[in-house]
Design a protein around this ligand. Structure first.
Ligand code: NAD
Length: 361
């Protein structure tokens, strides 16, 4: 039976990298029944949104999505398609591996990190109070009454919201991932020494969950120390579990450790659904030029194959990607020593080279 997968090419350079990724996934021999749905700027005029409801409906049906990047139009009233997808499908875990491959221009050799970022709450829950509003003034009065702290009314306030349930499920996700993928250690990242109630709660829940997984090592790190440690000795770390904001920042830091956006894959995963996508955006200035690197989306495809239980196919595709990167010949401009290198190849040629590698050529 082919796997039903919702395929969202996105906009900007999305359709080119999606097509290249579709080709390499099919070349693994795994069969797919692609449910292709447009989203992004191309549908904005017709639907009044970059993410029509039918796209979400399709993922509810297939349970799995593979998505190219979508431009968020600048201006008021536009919700990011990514935030909307995450919320509608309760994709609570943002999984972002960061791994070095020979041939990537990185300062490090042995990075192999799995970032598990909580995707729904923390300072990103969208609970904000604008300066000068009645609600803000009420809140400042309430804080004054209950804590004795007299806040200035020319301030703005964003709420850091962390619950037991959401902390539990992201930490459990990290441990389950570690167990399923034979990883050795989970590190919980926090600032519980300062934010004793919110981050303190996250840490306390992480410590409790860790007791359910005696086969996996557990430790915690304060987020600022974690940043320094990742830059100094990233090879010491394995799976990281983080609340939303720290996860956002540390996953970009980790992408920087391994050679940049062109090779950084991601996934948004919930109890019922999963959507796989590159970390990078739509790079609109290169749209239609067969220029950008499709590998981040291809590595996202590797994650999808593993999620579907197709481990052999995932290993073969990852091996072919690693071999093409190591050779350094059939790679796009961003993986060459200089961006104007005339030997850089285009998006579709990268796919050709990876398919040839999988076919043993
Ligand atoms: P971007 O990731 O599109 O581009 C940042 C830089 O990285 C650019 O210099 C670009 O040329 C380069 N780059 C990106 N992807 C590349 C690739 N595959 N190969 C080679 N070089 C690559 O970020 P941006 O310019 O900040 O965002 C553009 C649009 O994408 C915005 O509208 C933003 O909202 C959207 N965006 C979407 C997603 C998503 O759909 N998941 C994620 C991030 C940004």
């Amino acid at each position: 039976m082919p796997y039903a997968v919702t395929l969202i090419p996105g906009d900007g350079t999305g359709p080119e990298i999606t097509e290249a990724t579709r080709r390499v996934l099919e070349a693994t021999g795994v069969e797919f029944d692609w449910h292709v749905h447009d989203a992004g700027l191309s549908v904005l005029e017709k639907h009044g949104t970059v993410l029509p409801e039918e796209v979400i409906e399709s993922i509810r049906e297939t349970k799995v999505g593979l998505k190219g990047p979508i431009t968020t139009p600048v201006g008021k009233g536009f919700r990011s398609a990514n935030v909307a997808l995450r919320k509608s499908l309760d994709l609570y875990a943002n999984l972002r591996p960061a791994k070095t491959y020979t041939g990537l221009r990185s300062r490090y050799d042995h990075v192999d990190l799995i970032i598990c970022r909580e995707n729904t709450e923390d300072l990103y829950a969208g609970i904000e109070f604008q300066r000068g509003t009645e609600e803000l003034n009420e809140l400042i009065d309430f804080i004054g009454r209950t804590t004795g702290q007299k806040l200035s009314k020319d301030a703005a306030i964003s709420i850091k919201y962390i619950s037991v349930a959401s902390s539990r499920r992201i930490v459990k996700f990290a441990f389950e991932y570690a167990r399923a993928n034979k990883r050795r250690k989970v590190t919980a990242v926090h600032k519980a020494n300062i934010m004793k109630f919110s981050d303190g709660l996250f840490l306390q829940v992480a410590q409790e969950v860790a007791k359910e997984y005696p086969d996996i090592q557990f430790e915690d790190r304060i987020v600022d120390n974690m940043c320094m440690q990742l830059v100094q000795k990233p090879e010491m770390y394995d799976v990281l579990a983080l609340p939303n904001l720290y996860g956002d920042i540390l996953s970009d830091l980790s992408a920087g450790l391994i050679g940049g956006l062109g090779v950084a894959p991601g996934a948004n995963i919930g109890e019922k659904y999963a959507v796989f996508e590159p970390v990078h955006g739509s790079a609109p200035k290169y749209a239609g030029q067969n220029k950008v690197n499709p590998m981040a989306m291809m590595f996202s495809g590797v994650l999808m194959l593993r999620h579907l239980g197709e481990r052999d196919a995932a290993d073969r595709l990852e091996g072919a990607l690693a071999a093409v990167i190591a050779e350094g010949k059939n790679v796009t401009y961003d993986l060459k020593p200089r961006p104007d290198d005339p030997t850089a190849v285009g998006t579709s040629q990268v796919a050709d080279a990876i398919i040839a590698k999988m076919q043993g050529k």
